[in-house]
Design a protein around this ligand. Structure first.
Ligand code: DX5
Ligand code: ZN
Length: 223
């Protein structure tokens, strides 16, 4: 199933609550929340308290992307703040298995992300436990960068392995996702699309979300 997850990194932070409601009303399937600590990535965004503050504005699925150095330390905070899915980076310094278990034991769905330099195979040992894998299509840290098409073989390798093992794991792509890049990512096997500037920069977010969804549906390989 195709899902569109607008990244609030490109939204108006002065009215994050209203932006959350606007995305839900515009047909977004989830809301992508980029947490950056200034260590794992060279930028700082927001933390669990901000997520908690917008949780009561909407029931939309909170898709929390942790770009932080020690995710294990903070899983409980993000779960309590209202995260539904928590994705952390395999390149972070927390133990991968323990962090995954912690997310699940806190009642959330677990995702693991790989940066452009990390191979898809690094994720294979964990697939059984995961709801989602995230293939970064830019270097994490900033919105508005260009899509890296050379990440598509990793998307395809993950989709193939997930299929081969009969698992139900979403494959998410994040970075530079817009109308011109969705078809290629969907064709490679991605089914969850994070879009920051494309959705928040659009005049009509609802129209943009639905056209991204249509493009993804048209290009996603038929079973
Ligand atoms: C980048 C973040 C992305 C970012 C995407 O580090 O993980 O989620 O907000 O922004 P766009 O869609 O503008 O590339
Ligand atoms: Zn992200």
């Amino acid at each position: 199933m195709i899902k569109i997850s607008p990244s609030v990194l490109a939204s108006d932070f002065s009215k994050l609550g209203d932006e959350t409601i606007r995305m839900e009303k515009s047909g977004a399937d989830m809301l992508h929340l980029d947490v950056m600590d200034g260590r794992f990535v060279p930028n700082i965004s927001f933390g669990a308290s901000v997520i908690k503050a917008i949780r009561n504005k909407s029931d939309i699925v909170f898709d929390v992307h942790l770009m932080i150095d020690e995710p294990l330390k903070y899983i409980e905070d993000f779960a309590k703040a209202g995260a539904d899915i928590i994705t952390f980076h395999i390149e972070s310094s927390s133990p991968v298995e323990e962090t995954t278990e912690k997310i699940i034991s806190c009642g959330c769905r677990a995702g693991i992300s790989i940066k452009p330099a990390t191979s898809a195979e690094e994720l294979f040992p964990y697939l059984d436990k995961l709801s989602m894998v995230l293939v970064m299509t830019v270097e994490p840290g900033f919105g508005g960068q260009s899509f890296m098409a050379d990440m598509m073989p990793k998307v395809a390798a993950l989709r193939e392995e997930i299929k081969r093992r009969g698992l139900d794991v979403d494959v998410q792509v994040d970075g530079g996702i817009k109308a011109s890049t969705v078809p290629e990512a969907a064709a490679a096997g991605a089914n969850v699309f994070v879009a920051g500037s494309a959705v928040f920069g659009a005049e009509d977010a609802e129209k943009e979300i639905s056209s991204l969804r249509d493009l993804a549906e048209k290009n996603y390989p038929q079973e």
